[in-house]
Design a protein around this ligand. Structure first.
Ligand code: ZN
Length: 149
């Protein structure tokens, strides 16, 4: 398990150093700002969703700790090309994994997000890991802003 943890930390550090999709989406039709006052993480999520409710493009900008940035980076990689409903399902699964304190997390369904499952041992970091997802959800729901408090 410690090898796995090391690998996860490497992935987080690498995504923090070179975040994917760190830009604005051209022709974005969904956008929201997220703020985590506990840590000071501040992100904007941009999305272009087509008539079939498919996420054609998704990106983010902002500043925050390594976990919030890596989580946003992984999220944008995962959601591109997916249906909005599937994105919401992934958010639910991810949220359950990082907030539940009993039982083994369902890592199979998480794919790359499994690297963030370790935050469940650090409750203060859960909001960092979920900020981008809350922000994505706010963007889809047409809410312009979201705060984790
Ligand atoms: Zn943070």
């Amino acid at each position: 398990m410690s090898d796995l943890r090391e690998l996860y930390q490497e992935v987080i550090a690498e995504h923090n150093k070179s975040p994917r999709n760190f830009r604005k989406v051209e022709g974005a039709n969904r956008k929201a700002e997220g703020f985590n006052p506990l840590c000071g993480d501040r992100l904007t999520v941009y999305m272009r969703v087509n008539d079939q409710d498919l996420i054609e493009d998704v990106s983010f900008e902002g500043t925050g700790c390594a976990i919030s940035v890596a989580s946003a980076s992984l999220m944008t990689q995962m959601l591109k090309g997916k249906a909005v409903a599937e994105a919401e399902r992934l958010f639910t699964t991810f949220h359950e994994v990082v907030t539940q304190d009993g039982g083994e997390p369902d890592l199979e369904n998480l794919g790359k997000l499994a690297v963030l499952a370790g935050v469940r041992e650090f409750p203060s970091r859960v909001k960092c890991a979920t900020l981008s997802w809350h922000t994505m959800h706010a963007a889809v729901a047409g809410e312009g802003q979201v705060t984790t408090e």
